[in-house]
Design a protein around this ligand. Sequence first.
Ligand SMILES: [Ca+2]
Ligand SMILES: [Ca+2]
Ligand SMILES: [Ca+2]
Ligand SMILES: [Ca+2]
Length: 372
Amino acid sequence: MKMREFLWIILFFSVFNKLKGNANIDDHLTLFDSIFGTPDDEEVQGNKMHLCSCDTSKLEEKMTNMEKTIQRLSELTIGMSVEEYTLRNCPQGWVVSEKTESCYKIIEDRTTNWETANKTCVSLNAELASIRTQQEFDFVNDLLRKTGENVFWLGGNDLKQEGTFKWADGSDVTFNGWNRNEPNDSNNNEDCMVWWGYANGKWNDSACKGRANRKSLCKIQATRCLEGWSYYPATDSCFKTLKGNLYWKEARAACESMAKDSSLAKITTGEENNFVKDLMKNVDEGWGFWMGANDIHREGSFVWLDGSKVTFTAWLRGEPNGGTNENCVHWWKGMGYSWNDTPCENNYNGEKSGMSAVCKMPGTRVFGGTVG
Ligand SMILES: [Ca+2]
Ligand SMILES: [Ca+2]
Ligand SMILES: [Ca+2]
Ligand SMILES: [Ca+2]
């Protein structure tokens, strides 16, 4: 679906809604003018005459036709390509909520056992649903109400510690969606959360293995980074260390082959530098790690690979000191990961010096899959 077609749909809806309302003919004319241009245009005049002959049956016929067009256009939008969503699309058969950055699926197979329900979700690379905000609470309510069912398994449970509810991924239940007087651990035997349609979707704790046979709701939360990458929220970035014995150019190529928009790391603040230091400390070998900073093109003028100037720096005292012999920057492991300029093809005792790399890419919302 192209942007132009999309705009046409919006246009049709607005015209249609206006016509359906109680606006008088003058309003219709004004609206018509504002959308289709000035009345000087002959064609517009013609259309206007036709539309507003003030014969109600004509107007109704026009509306019916418009309704049909809208119907056809809405059918077209269903085939809208995934690129037009800000999120990567959910797996087929799942419902996406862009607000909660999650995918949801109702599991029709009933089970009396919460554990079984969660296993089904896990087998789909998901988990029994968590509900973390009012927005999500409302979204789930809309979704589940439509089914006419009154009870669904959700992910909340206090199986580990009585009275302390966690979601299926072990995170705390912080948003309060409980029904009045719940959770009540009735008969000291209620450790699993259910969506309770009898109380407008407010939650109830229920026996994890009961007699009641329930459907369940699975959820996939969008992840910010590809697997193996670490998320740094302040700059909405993902980092990854690459252990190797690399010249700077090789390190750059290695990072760029990992994913679209990935390259040697750019560091913009001290906090970001510290975050990366912690990652590097977990890699136990190597002499240091390459970053994107370099003064290859103009001596003394350090830039990142996106062309921006290096503003924040964490040079080792006395660095950069290499002049035109040293044009690439690395974290020097033996010097507390301070920055140093060094030859881009750095050797030690006549051999490659064993430099690793830190790659960086923008945070990206993905549901399991890879970023193409
Ligand atoms: Ca309990
Ligand atoms: Ca209860
Ligand atoms: Ca230099
Ligand atoms: Ca140096």
